[in-house]
Design a protein around this ligand. Structure first.
Ligand code: WTA
Length: 650
């Protein structure tokens, strides 16, 4: 890869950076050689009610996986995110809220106001019978109350589980039932891109599939009529009138769960990823500050949705733990037009901006005219997350948005990791477009041979990416199924945490993530299990069998390609294609909407009946020349049919 352009750290950065190159080397070495000493020092960035004496207690030996950090420590996450800032920063803005429509006013919520909103919300939760350890599902638009709800749960020790507002009623019901939630928090409608999703109606459909004892707390966002069920549904604004302004934070153990977040895997239903209080908060706070080089007074904007882990860690917990000003945006990059991001950056004088490659590609595709006329000079750091960023998109982001001077942090991490694991630091790391570069403190990446699982010792390497030791922000278990946790992440390559990603390490030791090596596809930076889409398809009465694979998509990174075999007697048609697409949207949500549906009279299978996805992937990629060994196919002619159909469609 001799044509890779390296962007050295600029001189100005060597001065201002929280961590420069020498400090990075020295701190990284110490974090690996003496993790206990390193983390004993850095845990001081949190306010502990009882300071931990035990730092790390980890077993990566399958099947007895056990991960504990700061296990005798006590703290409260909401007090760390709010109360401790009141003395010096009570009047500083904690949250800037920018609504979907630029015609509606933005809001600035100070730390003092945040305190009173969260305390009231917490008291409402208590009033509704929610206590320490209870689960609360949150299904909300990107409104300040979403952050209040999370922090209110944390304040009383309840465990929140946020479900992205784009998920369907069925997906919502599954999650409420899986974590046995007591309460669902939702809003009347969710405005997005000028449209309104009827959240409360969706919630009603979901609750019809849940136990009678699940209550529903409703936030008025739009004000249009919704149906309220007596005894089950309550308005937040009404409940708040009757509660006190103050609420003592609950004393929590460092290892008490903070939240559950469902994410797609390669098999079966989504897993409830469990994060705990102490290690997670330490990790998100430290990475938010150092990776974005956040200085007091900076205006920081992470453009994710709180329905995903990026929103949890880098809109709410990380920045608020640091007393930062964090911007929350309700809308989409292209409404009212493709200049919305740049307009918001100018309007609020944003210093750090964090988004996904898919958004960058989409905006790049709209043309530079939407960027022109915007100042953008307040920007100091740009970030990306969610999928590998192609060098063209990196260059556009760097030159058009960052004016050729603003470093880009390409942060590799996962729902499971809590926060960044491999990422540049703006003042320490020379950048290579498309590479996530180097590990953060305490992270020990290893490259393994995919088949044998052997560690590749050479610097230059290509294989699967695993992590050799725990870090404080690591997930602790799958909710209600510790065995699944061990099997998913620790069984295949024993002694390591297996990320599910493939990677390459270059001669400088830089990591380049190449994408998932399991049956998970990455659609617009969102993880989608192919098995989930398949089971949605086969639940349609006209479908007998389905196989789903990812294929390269210009904007989304990967698109969803479905091969569908119909029940005998059913005829393929454009109408049926539409019907199936809608069916998947209803079962899972619009994010799972198939990009391509190919009707297939048969699927390529081995003689033992296993679908050969490798071949299906190649066909979807239009790569017919390298189908590999097809000799084990039960009916080789099936493949010719599929290729004919694929080609005819063009
Ligand atoms: C992918 C999102 C390349 C990867 C925080 C990972 C990336 C999955 C990057 C996790 C990156 C995330 N470069 N690939 N910078 N960041 N990924 O759980 O495949 O929604 O396993 O977490 O996204 O997705 P998740």
């Amino acid at each position: 890869m001799s044509d890779v352009q390296v962007h050295p750290v600029q001189d100005a950065w060597k001065e201002r950076a929280l961590v420069n190159a020498e400090q990075y080397e020295e701190m990284y070495k110490r974090s690996i050689d003496d993790p206990d000493g390193f983390w004993k020092e850095h845990m001081q960035r949190l306010d502990w009610i009882k300071e931990p004496t035990k730092i790390k207690d980890v077993n990566f030996n399958y099947p007895d996986i056990s991960i504990k950090w700061f296990e005798d420590g006590e703290l409260n996450v909401s007090a760390n995110c709010i109360d401790r800032h009141l003395k010096d920063k009570g009047n500083q803005t904690a949250i800037i809220w920018e609504p979907d429509s630029p015609d509606e006013d933005a809001q600035h919520i100070t730390y003092q106001q945040l305190h009173s909103h969260v305390c009231k919300f917490a008291n409402v939760l208590k009033e509704m019978g929610v206590g320490k350890g209870d689960r609360v599902v949150i299904y909300l638009p990107m409104i300040p109350q979403a952050a209040f709800a999370m922090l209110a749960c944390a304040r009383i020790g309840a465990i929140h589980s946020i479900v992205f507002a784009g998920f369907s009623p069925d997906a919502l019901a599954d999650r409420i039932n899986d974590c046995d939630a007591k309460l669902l928090i939702t809003a009347d409608f969710a405005p997005r891109g000028g449209r309104k999703t009827p959240l409360k109606t969706n919630a009603d459909k979901a609750l019809a599939k849940c136990g009678d004892d699940v209550k529903c707390l409703v936030i008025k966002r739009v004000g249009d009529d919704v149906t309220m069920q007596d005894g089950r549904d309550f308005w937040l604004h009404e409940m708040e009138q009757a509660v006190a302004n103050d609420c003592e934070p609950e004393v929590m153990n460092a290892e008490d769960p903070l939240f559950v977040l469902y994410t797609s895997g390669s098999t079966g239903k989504p897993k409830g990823v469990v994060h705990t209080s102490g290690g997670y908060l330490l990790w998100t706070s430290m990475t938010q500050e150092i990776v974005f080089d956040y200085h007091p007074g900076d205006i920081y904007w992470c453009g994710a949705d709180i329905g995903w882990v990026t929103g949890h860690s880098y809109i709410v917990y990380g920045p608020l733990a640091n007393g930062a000003t964090t911007l929350m945006f309700e809308g989409v990059p292209t409404y009212p037009d493709a200049s919305r991001f740049w307009q918001v950056i100018d309007k609020h004088k944003v210093n750090q901006f964090y988004t996904a490659p898919t958004a960058i590609r989409a905006l790049m595709g709209k043309g530079d005219s939407f960027v022109e006329g915007h100042d953008l000079s307040t920007l100091k750091v740009l970030g990306t997350v969610g999928e590998p960023i192609n060098p063209e998109a990196w260059d556009w982001y760097f030159h058009k948005i960052g004016k050729g001077t603003t470093p880009i942090v390409d942060t590799w991490w996962q729902t499971e990791t809590g926060g960044h694991l491999i990422t540049p630091l703006p003042g320490a790391t020379p950048l290579k477009p498309g590479s996530a570069t180097n590990p953060f403190f305490g992270v020990r990446p290893v490259m393994l041979e995919a088949e044998s699982g052997k560690v590749i010792e050479t610097t230059e390497a290509e294989g699967v990416l695993a992590i050799a030791d725990s870090w404080p922000g690591q997930m602790r278990t799958v909710y209600g199924d510790h065995e699944r946790f061990a099997n998913t992440y620790f069984q295949q390559y024993q002694g390591y945490y297996f990320s599910g990603d493939g990677a390459r390490r270059d001669a400088d030791g830089y990591y380049w993530i190449t994408g998932r090596v399991d049956d998970v596809i990455n659609v617009s930076g969102h993880r989608m299990g192919t098995a989930e889409v398949e089971s949605a398809l086969v639940s349609h009465p006209k479908v007998s069998e389905a196989a789903v694979v990812g294929y390269p998509h210009d904007v989304k990174g990967q698109g969803i390609y479905c091969y569908v075999t119909l029940m005998s007697g059913e005829e393929p048609s454009e109408e049926l294609r539409k019907e199936l697409r809608n069916h998947v949207r209803e079962e899972i949500g619009p994010i799972a909407s198939p990009d391509m549906i190919q009707f297939a009279p048969g699927l390529p299978k081995t003689r033992s009946g296993k679908i050969m996805r490798r071949i299906l992937r190649k066909i979807a990629e239009d790569d017919f020349g390298s189908l590999g060994d097809t000799s084990t196919l039960a009916e080789p002619e099936v493949v010719d049919d599929l290729i004919d159909n694929r080609q005819n469609k063009k």
